[in-house]
Design a protein around this ligand. Structure first.
Ligand code: HSE
Length: 416
């Protein structure tokens, strides 16, 4: 029997204790040992819970108990999760977490502490919820030089965009529904402003390229400015709008990384990933593109990934799994202004012909998105430009604005 402790009894934590209870026999057959939940740490009281005798409010109960070799951190947030995880790893206990904020912010340091203490620090659930992605990149695709990873990494925003695209639903109502279904973060700003997706693409980039990429180095745009007009222009262009986290290693070794809403062509595999589902494409030099798809949020999908890490930790109590990246100063990250992209641009104008001519003069070949039949599109133009450096796009947009052609929306075109 192996005793474990679970820190946090929220959506994911309660899912972990549920799976460990309901799948006890299945897990015993896989592991050859019983997993016993000795402690559940939470500041709240759960007097009617079937495991009520296991609850504690005191972290030291876990830290000082030598029987506990694996600790699960599903509290979320940085404090006190960081201090608790650090203390557990420093005392040689392995830690499993779903906490993407913690891994994206402190991953390099915690991996080093785990290494120094011959412990494991595993975080499969931190990216993609129930989708296996950390282990596949770290193990199954290890023979590849990965050149690019791109994906829909946030279930809440994908759910909201799907409701806007398919049902014409209001942004606020769709967000409320996502919160009720337990997809959104406690503070949904992290979802809708792109920070959650940013943390996840940083974790994947760090893992794939071996150096910690910190979220503060990544241009991060959310979906709060996306309108139903943009959704309609994306349809006319031949695609949909998705919030994409993307990282590429350029031939000059710079890391081109971004989180932003993008137009995705309807034939792309990522265009058809809807609702709370996530999809992640990994481009390897041996495999070509490999796409991972599944539920990226929610209680049981996320808890399923946590439980898999618990089992793996128990199987590796004596040997450290090689899961590691070094710290870095972000100097390998490309300045987003140097990044090359095609772009959709929508602008208000009193003279459409003049505005189109000016856009052609500035951007060269443009693809006009014609929605003249629509009453609501009067007095505006929309077009897609060929790829160019973002710094050049911004300079040309400034010229348009000087001509009273007021840009309302600019959305990158995803090359996916
Ligand atoms: N809020 C996150 C999402 C939860 O919507 O994807 C899973 O990380």
């Amino acid at each position: 029997m192996v005793s474990v402790a679970i820190m946090g009894h929220g959506v994911v934590g309660s899912g972990v204790s549920e799976i460990l209870t309901t799948h006890k026999n299945k897990l015993f057959n896989s592991l050859g040992e019983e997993i016993y939940i000795k402690y559940i740490l939470d500041l709240r009281d759960f007097p009617n819970h079937p495991l009520k005798d296991r609850f504690t409010k005191n972290f030291d109960d876990i830290l000082n108990d030598r029987e506990i070799r694996v600790v699960v951190e599903v509290m979320g947030g940085i404090h006190p999760a960081y201090e608790y995880v650090k203390a557990c790893l420093a005392s040689g206990k392995s830690v499993v977490t779903s906490n993407k904020e913690l891994v994206a912010t402190n991953g390099a340091e915690l991996l080093q502490i785990a290494k120094d203490n011959n412990a494991n620090f595993l975080f499969e659930a931190s990216v993609g919820g129930g989708i296996p992605i950390i282990r596949p990149i770290n193990q199954c695709l290890v023979a590849n030089n990965v050149s690019e990873i791109a994906g829909i990494l946030n279930g809440t925003t994908n759910f909201i965009l799907t409701k806007m695209i398919e049902d014409g639903m209001d942004f606020k109502d769709a967000l409320k529904l996502a919160q009720e279904l337990g997809y959104a973060e406690r503070n949904p700003e992290a979802d809708i402003e792109g920070h959650d997706a940013c943390r996840k693409i940083c974790i994947l980039a760090s893992l794939a390229f071996g150096k910690h990429i910190y979220p503060n180095a990544v241009l991060t745009q959310g979906i709060t400015n996306i309108t139903l007009k943009d959704v309609e222009y994306a349809r006319i262009w031949g695609g949909v709008i998705k919030l994409i986290g993307s990282v590429k290693k350029l031939p000059n070794k710079k890391i081109d990384i971004i989180v932003a809403p993008m137009f995705i062509p309807i034939k792309s595999q990522l265009a058809n990933i809807d609702d709370v589902f996530n999809g992640i494409m990994v481009r390897g030099d041996c495999t070509g593109d490999v796409v991972f798809y599944g539920k990226g949020a929610g209680k049981l999908p996320t808890a399923s990934a946590v439980v898999a890490d618990i089992v793996d930790s128990i199987k590796h109590l004596k040997t450290r799994k090689y899961l590691y990246w070094v710290d870095s100063d972000n100097s390998s990250v490309l300045d987003y202004k140097e990044s090359v992209t095609a772009m959709y641009i929508r602008a208000n104008t009193e003279d459409k012909d003049l505005a189109y001519n000016k856009a052609k003069e500035l951007f060269g070949d443009i693809h006009i998105l014609d929605n003249t039949g629509s009453e609501s599109q009067k007095g505006e133009i929309a077009f897609v430009i060929e790829p160019m450096k973002y710094a050049d796009i911004a300079a040309k947009i400034a010229v348009l604005e000087n001509e009273n052609i007021c840009v309302q929306s600019q959305i990158r075109i995803g090359d996916l």
